[in-house]
Write a new protein. Sequence first.
Length: 594
Amino acid sequence: MTTRTTRSPRRRTVVALAVVLSILGVFVVRLVDIQVVNADDHRADSAGVGMVASNKLEAARGTIVDETGAVLAGNTMLYDAQVDPQNILNQEFSDGRTVEQVWPEQAAQIAAITGQTPEEVQQIVADALAANADSQWAQIATKLSTDQYQALVALDLPFLTTSEHPSRTYPDGAVGGNLLGFVGSDGEALAGLELSEDDCLSGVDGAQSYERGKDGVVIPGTLDETPAEDGGTLQLTINRDLQWYLQQMVAEEVQNQQANYGTAFVLEVETGKIRAAAEYPTVDPNDVNASAESDRSSRIFTYEFEPGSTFKPVTAATIIDSAGVTPLTPTLPASGRETLPGDITVNDVFSHPSYNYTMTGALVDSSNVALSKFGTLVSDEVRHDYLERFGVGEKTEVGFPGEREGILHDAPWDQASHYTTTFGQSFTVTVPQVASVYQTIANDGVRMPLSLVESCTTAAGEVIEPELPEGEQVIKPETAADVTLMLENVFQQVTNHKVLAVDGYRMATKSGTAEKANEDGSGYKQGIFYTTLAGFAPADDPKYVVIFTLDEPKKNRMSSANAAGFQKAMTQVLKTYRVLPSSTPGPEILPKYQ
């Protein structure tokens, strides 16, 4: 009895194991048949009904933010809708209706959401099938909103799928538009910082593939995905609120003075960081086609002009730094119009008798004749060298798309240029180059590289800062102090200094009314000017440089047209950055002539 009881369970176990092994054997044989013996046939069958699908996973383009982190350019999610025509044709309905009866109703449901007509939706599918009877894909609509996407999903149609992709958006419209640039409908960077900083902003697309059944449902376990890598965050040096204010102000001044366009540029003295670069007309990157093609870039970087009197301080700095001249000595006689050696006639903007000008007086009166004579105290080669060291003739370190370097001819110059270069003619500059000159003077003679980009933070969190050269000592600190003193005297002694003044702050300024050259190089246009007002504050502890320009103002053709715009800009800059007022009174008035 004991032996029989022991054998019975053992026999049952053996039988059960044999049954299991037999079943497993059947599965193995079938699996080998599917995956090995008839694999090609099965793959062909699968391909024939579209069992494998793939999607591109679009990487999000990086955001652009201002110095405070406020978003200037970002992304919004849009959706595309597509259908599988085969799944439409293969639908079965429990109520006995046919596809021909139901599909028009379904098309109407889709159309009501996408903004199309039912006929348009049906025609898209019909066209896809006409082109390929086995077509499994037809694009119904693109750039749908989140609300439209959710409404389509709620229809729960097995043949309808959606895909999402980020779309570029600029929350503040035209604020900084000329700097930011824009991207095309396909996301390709086309202009501005979007283009120059594309390596930071662009991401790497991912991919997704899977198998699905005839009903369009993804088969579990078949999903294979390579995630997308989003673009980085580009932080700029500009301040959004300051940029907004200056753009509104520039637009107002351009219209008031009936100018072609205007700019306001703000540079931090100690760092060379650009805090605002406003211009009008401008572009809204959300609607590029609404702007003229000429308004879609940044004239601040791409337009070059003869600087005129705003560069007379460079002449003063050069001869003080290299020839031992001071703000008061020596004095040189100069009248309002003289014919100088080489038979070159030079005029001042106003007629006056001969004065024994100090260098200070030459700047205060903006005397072309006096500057021409002071300039001859050093050679062309020396003055050319100083112009180069101040940044003339080369692009700034910003690297903005289309940025111009200006024109600076090699020395020695021809006889006319020997004189005209002393008062800002015979060479060209851009607005940032003018700002760089005043930054150098305000910064004890040290020229800092200009920058518009603070950093790029990758999706992985790595912060990459631009590589910039060290600051360069262009003129001695004592020279910079002398030129600053003279520019303060210019501010104090000009007739419109009350219009320029910002209460509580010492100011150093210089204006320029530059003649505009004829396009064919044959001379200058009569009565047509590019006007500039440049300066920094507080003069006793300089923090910010402001440049305000107008192209061909018609109401007031002289640089005095720029006074109100400059004053408004400087006031807002000092307020934005909470700059303390001057702690010492302004210097005593220096004599213009002896």
